[in-house]
Unconditional design. Sequence first.
Length: 134
Amino acid sequence: FGILGNWEVQEQVRFSMQRIVRDLQCAIDADTTMYGTLDIRVKGKNAEETSIVYKLYTDDNAAHILKRNKAGYGGPQPITGGSILADVSIVDFHCYRLGRIVFIVLEGENKMSKYYFSLESAVCLPNVLEKGHE
């Protein structure tokens, strides 16, 4: 399972990053102040604001998994972990913001082979006016 396990880490990190970027592309605001957490504000049904929160959690095996919690969907749902191909752990998830740009860093590890895979991305929040430009 070595090569397949390493591939699984890549896929979980890629999928998670794609999901985060897609949510940020619809954001009206994003809070990056807490390490390991990203709070994205979006317009929900009937134009009310709702929140999508990405957060690192630790499971029973001391692996770190990334969960996505969208208001009204029954609590945080894992978007990483749970593979028969690899013991995947998210070893780094942090975001920071400069004006309208949100920077994301996501790194996963196959705990069996000690293989690491990381991605970084930046998203310009499309629906946010910079302070002073309102």
